[in-house]
Design a protein around this ligand. Structure first.
Ligand SMILES: Cc1ncc(COP(=O)(O)O)c(C=O)c1O
Length: 516
């Protein structure tokens, strides 16, 4: 049945992704073409992570530009590998001169294997195994000491091996970062960092031991931060402590301020009606042609909210408009930029210190999509479901933290356009995976043009804490990962196989004939 159609999607999402006539592109490649052609001589299938190299580099540049502007300060950037441990991604960070922040001995082995200078590695962790501490101390990496027991363990291992450990003391600044409890790490009652009541003892023990060189302090209050003021507050705690103990530990020079900056996960949502009305009134006041054009592009979905906000800041009344919008939009649309983060702490950093920023999410989060196919659609009671081949095993954040990931059709729907009983072109559905678990959802209540079976859909912002948190639950193989650079795609992780999954099991039948 022929009927009305929605105008095709035509907008730039970021440096890596854009829609052209309803087709999603990663840089110069239409993502649907990735599945029909051979890549590095191989075919790939969904689900599939697709990364944009340009977007990762744009994220690095944003930090570097912000740091370079502060010519009086020595600020270093360290990539938090836990966000995404793909060696190609790590190497890209290394090529751009970043330090690496690690949370396990195997991350450390990988960083060393990739050739990272041990003096540009920081090993963190609230519980470290002896072999992990030993490897770190032996190779001379910076160790973030997290507790009295971690310090005693480090001293013991250094005595046994004849090493001297270079350490930062991770303090708990007791600050509520206003994020999901599972990613809050610097409040009283948290398992991370040296609690206030232990600090004096730890300092005394560290100063007395000839096996320990305290070169600085560290804190990290949490992840998905949307309020840069929290970052300033935690930095102030570190600075105050630094000034208090500087005489006792004159070698101290480093203040590791942690990471945690969020990304605008909701940058692609549509404007709410009230927000639109408010903006219409605002724009009636301002007659600047560039401002009006930008607004028109936003209304016609030629640009996303994030692009709009980034572009308008530098135009007349742009900051005012941003502030007005900030009051109306959810925090996940308008997040601070690296520049805001750097600016917010610079004036309180003591002279002659080296400050380290150690972001993960804001360096890689918006650089990837999970590409999935629709297996089918169904309804149960009042709920509609779009069932994808991608699931919680590839993108666990919605089910773990109730996190939002934007989801769109990555190609035009082949269902001939129709209007449903409510005179709507779109249908509200839950986007779910095939995993045998009701927690297996990728998005709830999403208003979308109904996709055909087999239609490609993109789950956005899956560059951080998706592949690195993926699992084999339900015996699902972890997907392949592709890196797109211009018009070239490379496989940077092969899809796992059944054999890979069974490799460590001892009782697996060798008789493959039984399979058929
Ligand atoms: C110590 C430490 N530093 C940095 C990070 C990176 O955080 P994010 O990826 O939110 O920037 C983490 C992650 O939670 C962390 O635990």
């Amino acid at each position: 049945m022929e009927g009305p159609v929605l105008p095709p999607k035509n907008y730039q999402i970021n440096r890596g992704f854009r829609f052209v006539d309803d087709y999603l592109y990663c840089e110069e490649i239409r993502v649907c073409d990735l599945l029909s052609s051979k890549i590095s001589g191989q075919t790939v299938a969904t689900p599939l992570y697709v990364y944009s190299k340009k977007q990762i580099e744009a994220n690095i540049d944003k930090y570097k530009m912000a740091m370079m502007r502060e010519t009086e300060r020595n600020i270093q950037l360290s990539y938090s590998v836990k966000a995404n441990m793909n060696p190609t991604v790590i190497k890209l960070m290394m090529d751009h001169g970043l330090f690496l922040t690690l949370v396990s001995g195997h991350e450390l082995r990988l960083a060393l294997q990739l050739g990272q200078d041990p003096q540009r590695i920081i090993l963190n962790g609230s519980g470290k195994m002896d072999w992990e501490v030993e490897l770190a101390c032996k190779r001379g990496v910076l160790v973030n000491v997290d507790s009295a027991f971690n310090l005693r363990q480090t001293v013991r291992i250094c005595q046994q091996g004849g090493y001297v450990a270079t350490v930062l003391l991770r303090v708990n600044p007791d600050i509520n970062p206003d994020v999901h409890g599972y990613v809050s790490t610097g409040q009283e009652g948290s398992k991370f960092g040296i609690p206030g009541e232990e600090l004096d003892d730890v300092l005394e023990m560290a100063v007395k031991s000839e096996r320990i060189r305290v070169v600085g302090l560290h804190c990290h209050i949490g992840s998905t931060l949307t309020d840069s003021h929290k970052f300033r507050q935690s930095t102030q705690v570190l600075v105050d402590l630094y000034q208090k103990i500087q005489k006792k530990i004159p070698e101290m020079q480093i203040l590791n301020l942690g990471g945690g900056l969020s990304i605008p996960y909701k940058a692609q949502i549509s404007l709410f009606e009230e927000t639109k009305q408010m903006l219409d009134l605002e724009f009636d006041k301002y007659k600047d042609q560039r401002v009006l054009e930008l607004y028109e592009n936003l209304l016609n979905k030629r640009i996303t909210l994030a692009t709009f906000l980034e572009s308008i800041k530098s135009l007349p009344h742009g900051i005012e408009i941003c502030l007005k919008l900030r009051e109306q939009l959810p925090a996940e649309v308008l997040v601070p930029e690296p520049e805001d983060l750097v600016k917010t702490v610079c004036d309180i950093l003591p002279p002659n210190t080296i400050a380290i920023l150690e972001p993960g999410r804001s360096l890689v989060g918006n650089s990837a999509i999970l590409l999935s196919r629709v297996l089918g659609t169904k309804s149960s009671g009042k709920r509609n479901f779009i069932v994808l081949d991608g699931s919680m095993t590839e993108v666990i954040r919605p089910c773990l933290y109730g996190a939002y990931h934007h989801i769109e059709l990555a190609e035009p729907s082949r269902i001939s356009s129709h209007v449903n009983s409510d005179n709507q072109l779109t249908v509200v559905s839950d986007i779910v995976g095939p995993v045998c678990e009701s927690a297996d959802f990728l998005g709830k209540d999403r208003q979308l043009v109904p996709p055909h079976t087999g239609c490609l859909m993109a789950v956005f912002d899956t560059g951080a804490y998706c592949s690195s948190m993926s699992s084999n639950y339900n015996m699902r193989v972890r997907p392949a990962e592709l890196l797109v650079d211009g018009d070239k795609a490379t496989i940077i992780r092969k899809c796992e196989t059944f054999e890979n999954m069974m490799f460590c099991y001892t009782d697996c039948s060798q008789n493959s004939e039984n399979e058929s």
